[in-house]
Write a protein of this length. Sequence first.
Length: 570
Amino acid sequence: MKTTKKLWLLACGLCCMHQANGQEIIRLNQVGVYPGQEKVVVLEGTSKKVSVKNSRGKKAGKVKVLRTARSPWSGKQRTVVSISGLTQAGDYTVTSGADKATLTVKPSALRDITAGSLKAFYYQRTAMPIEQRYAGQWNRPAGHMDNEVYIHPSAVSPGRPAGSVISSPWGWYDAGDYNKYIVNSAFSIGIMLCSYEQNKAYFDQLNADIPESQNQTADLLDEIMYNLKWMLTMQDPWDGGVYHKLTTPNFEGFVKPGDCHQKRYVVQKSVTASYDFAAVMAQAARVFKGNKDYPDFSAQAERAAMAAFKWAEENPTAFYNQDAMNKKFDPDVSTGTYGDGFAGDERFWAATELYIQTQDPYFLDIATKTAPQRFSLPTWGGLASLGTYEWMASSLGDKLNLTPQLMAYADSIVKTTATSCYQTPNGNSPRDFGWGCLAENFCASGVTLLYAYRHTGDAKYLTAAQQNVDYLLGRNPTGFCYVTGYGSKSPMHPHHRLSASDGIEAPVPGLLVGGPNPGQQDLGSGLKYPSKHPDESYLDEEPSYASNEIAINWNASLVAMLGWIDAESK
């Protein structure tokens, strides 16, 4: 190991470890809350004895027990406590019995973790050295240059026979593995651009300390551009179709990028990848229009989007089915599938973005015919909500009247907070937990609540989004702040090849892990979870890909939510 856990904690300034005599009783946001934000802590058990002192050791704030709540799964009792009056910035010591915890109140409380969760994408970059001046101890040589990528037999077209070589550099490693996937990349960029367009002034000044930080473009957009450039290389110039992924036949071991030696391939063009590509290129064409650092991109992206959409319209059944592909072509591919047998939501999102970009009624007609009948949270396999977000925010108006769907969802979850165990709108149903739940439920719900807030101006929606953040950052049954490198108790062993292979005890910072997953699909790895209860089924061990992997789509949802809240909050 290059460093010790103790040194890492000191370096990160994580001085509020709330464990006393092995008893963790207090659950709270371990990163920081705003002066004007509600302050709630949760005590494990039924104790109602809580004291709060400021940095001078004097009593501060007013403590009020809101309720005692019982977990519907474990039967455990929790005491929900409100602390009012902490409007002055500072560190406050919360004590209950032998346990102590630090509650930090400050303006811009989420600024550092927003920048850190955005910078996590820099660590995921392929094909360039990750420099010490930006990455500190997590620096590494360039890996996966991808200037020698092979056309898989499933992906042939005139001019690109099987085994021919293309160059496909740039881009982000997708998750804990070393491959690159169009479907997930498009979703990741899409949700971050949605938040950017709602909060341009904020993101334009957010400094993530990346190589492009000194140019005229927002760091968020610079980071996104690094992946957009890769995505453009994934479009077949012959017909406009988009390869589903760039991958090795099998997942690499937990080794450094420079120690990976499998051939890399682009595989089958798919209808979902092509629609997703079309959507995000049209969206990016709008956002980057007139950008001085990337002057030619907007026009290029719009052309690429149109060609991809045309291909998808002509190939509506070209779904990515890895098992079927492997029966027909060699080599077999066993990496992530991002398989999806329905493309209506991708088509809706793409038609929406192309209509907003071009105002061509052809795309409005398709968007109208494919519009969702109810709101569902955005995920890589469920893209309709990204289209809903865009109609709500478009200067053209919500021509499809989708806003009531989103508002109905927001109102339904806000109502659950009053009886929840952790003062949160999410986390109160077993459906809120599963693979990637912290992003696909808590973060995605948070972004949706922020759209509701922007639409109505009603602060209850902003408060609800902040409550989901509190859950992610420590006010939860496990007591983990689920973002690496932040808080007093964060994951140390994510399922992440870069972190596992670099010889550094501390993981790459700023990464949101998947979170509690009662499915426990990784039990075959010999793992033993501490609990089967939905909200406690989390394991901070490297082999736990079901609960402890990281992924760009999860971090993208985190960035979108945290940045928006920080832009709004006082």
